[in-house]
Each structure stands twice: as structure tokens, then as C-alpha cells.
Design a protein around this ligand. Structure first.
Ligand code: ZN
Length: 239
């Protein structure tokens, strides 16, 4: 048995027996670890531990790791960075939970995705500062980044079929082909004609951080289509 220290975000809390909690944590090394907080809800210890077990806060956990156990026993928890803007009301919390749920849905047991943890943390930090960018744009960039780091990167620079330059006209998007396709290639059944700025927007969203999305000059129609393309791609490859 060894003591480990990890930072992470709480995914869920489940009560066990009368006073204990099992907390699932998305850790900064990109793994998901279930931790047992013994007596966290008892009147003696409750004032300290459970008060720190906040959703939408970067927490630091100390716990005892025993490899034969599925749930590790937690020792202490402390707050490293808090994002109270996301807990401001029920709707905002639900939206935050929707992002977190998507991020962890691509993580397979025993595998680690530190980049995906980095994406969700960057989103929480951005959220805390400003919310000027429309939800569709944030959601598109978020899905695009998660897909890319989960190993399902859609082709957005070159044609998914022939790998050549996309050209400027009649560019389509096909989840089954793997992304954008040029007008020289045959269209699969699920191909959708995209607006001419869409390839540029997608490239910008993947290559830039969330705060830089505020500089994007994108129509509502284009951001809506970008979001639909990413959702369709997600459904075909992941869900
Ligand atoms: Zn092509």
C-alpha cells in the first residue's frame, strides 16, 4: 500500500452505509479513480471533509492505493482552484455536468487521457472568466477537441477519402468517411454539403483555446451547422 496525491474533478458522489461516501474522481493524469471517504457524513468529521467535496472545483486528494482494491481509501481532500460560477444556478450546473459527462464518456477503464482532463479544466477556467461565446461554438470546439484526443479525430485539413487539399467549393462532411471530403471524391450516403467557411472554422476551433473563440466571426447558421456535424460524427464513432 502506498500514499498517492492527485488533483481532480468530482464526477459523482454516492452514499455508502450511513456516513460514508464513494466519490468518483476524474484525475489530472486522465484516469478515473473511485475513492472511499469513511465517515465523511458523520457529525464529527462531516464539517471538514464533505464541505470540500465540491463539484466543479479542482481538488487535491491524498489516498491509500492498494492495487487489489477497486475503491481506494481517501485520506484528505483540499481545494486547489474553485469555479463557483458553474454552481451559480441549477441550469448552469446541468450544462457543466453535460460537458463533464461527454468528456469522461470516451475514457476506457485502465486507460488515461491527460489531454482530455486538460480540455475540461480549460473549459471550467474559461467559464469562470467569461461566457461571451455562444454555446454552439463552445460545444463544437469542445467535441472536436475531445474526439481528437480520444483517437477519433475527424479529417478537417484534408479530404478524408483521398487525403488531398479540400479545395474551395462543394465540400461535404461524412461521418462514415471520417470527416470533410472534397468534391472530386464520391459522396457516401451520409455526406452533408457544408457552408464554405466551415472547414476554416473547425480548424480554428481545434487549434485555439476557448478564450480565443471570442474572436471568431461566425454566423449563427454556421455555428449551428458546425455543432450538428460534430454531434453526427460523435454518434457515428462513439455513442
Ligand atoms: Zn477527396
Amino acid at each position: 500500500m502506498r500514499i498517492l496525491k492527485k488533483q481532480g474533478l468530482i464526477i459523482s458522489k454516492t452514499r455508502m452505509r450511513t456516513t460514508s461516501l464513494i466519490v468518483r474522481v476524474f484525475c489530472d493524469d486522465g484516469t478515473i479513480v473511485p475513492l472511499l471517504f469513511k465517515g465523511a457524513l458523520s457529525s464529527r468529521k462531516g464539517d471538514s471533509t464533505s464541505a470540500y467535496l465540491l463539484p466543479f472545483a479542482l481538488l487535491e486528494f491524498l489516498y491509500y492505493e492498494k492495487e487489489t482494491r477497486q475503491v481506494q481509501t481517501a485520506s484528505t481532500v483540499s481545494i486547489i482552484e474553485d469555479f463557483p460560477a458553474i454552481r451559480i444556478d441549477y441550469e448552469t450546473q446541468l450544462l457543466g455536468a453535460k460537458f463533464l459527462k461527454r468528456a469522461i464518456s470516451v475514457i476506457k477503464p485502465g486507460e488515461s487521457y491527460p489531454e482530455i482532463f486538460g480540455i475540461i479544466l480549460a473549459l471550467l477556467r474559461y467559464w469562470e472568466k467569461s461566457q461571451k461565446t455562444p454555446d454552439d461554438i463552445i460545444w463544437t470546439g469542445f467535441l472536436l477537441k475531445i474526439l481528437t484526443f480520444a483517437g477519433f479525430a475527424p479529417a478537417i485539413e484534408r479530404c478524408a477519402i483521398c487525403q488531398r487539399q479540400l479545395g474551395n467549393k462543394n465540400i461535404k462532411f461524412s461521418p462514415s468517411a471520417g470527416g470533410l471530403i472534397c468534391n472530386r471524391c464520391p459522396s457516401p450516403d451520409d455526406a452533408i454539403l457544408v457552408g464554405e467557411n466551415i472547414p476554416k472554422f473547425l480548424q480554428y476551433m481545434l487549434g485555439n483555446s476557448f478564450p480565443q473563440y471570442e474572436k471568431l466571426n461566425i454566423t449563427q447558421k454556421s455555428s449551428k451547422q458546425s455543432k450538428e456535424l460534430m454531434e453526427k460524427f460523435w454518434i457515428y464513432h462513439i455513442a
